[in-house]
Design a protein around this ligand. Sequence first.
Ligand code: SF4
Length: 221
Amino acid sequence: MPAGPDPTSAARRNARTILNRLKKRYPAIGTALAYRDPWQLLVATVMSAQTTDEQVNKVTPVLFRRWPEPADLAAADPEAVEEVIFSTGFYRQKTRSIQALSADLGERFGGVVPGDLDELVTLRGVGRKTASVVLAEAFGVPAIAVDTHVKRVSNRLGLVADEDPVRIESALKALHPEREWGGISMRYIQFGRDVCDAKTPRCWECPLRDRCAYPGKTPAP
Ligand code: SF4
């Protein structure tokens, strides 16, 4: 991962203040995806692309009841899987991904999800963002997943000035002590959904307004 220049102590303090306010707003936060083990979370996270966690939670009970282990899902008839996950959208692509990653798990990891970022991203259909979600949520390993919300919020707040997810991850890691990494993404994501919306950020009621230099702030309605 590319390492940028060390952040100043003022930048670290600012990042801590921002995170503390988000912790106040979201004291306990984790993924809304329902899962019983790391493999289920991996599958559910892949399926959550371009849809809501709620929608994914409606289909995963059926999916995991029908194919309870990675080997079962890997060997399933793709059309039957597509039928089950149809309502989450992009169902063909998602079926290919969840079957491929389940097959990889069986072939190379004995059906057990590795708790290591470098190994997780070798699974077909698993990117750095998905791997980081699984590490932070299912393994409690310090990781920061950068999705569209994390990217937008951290740029608007001036914590980063970058569009590249890997460099943003690196910059956020440099700004925060490792013990905080696991609690960053979910709070940024929720804040991005609730307040710092992509099109119309609710700046008038934003608890971070005094920390934000975003020039496109929305005036009170
Ligand atoms: S002030 Fe507006 S743009 Fe800045 S973080 Fe808050 S909601 Fe987002």
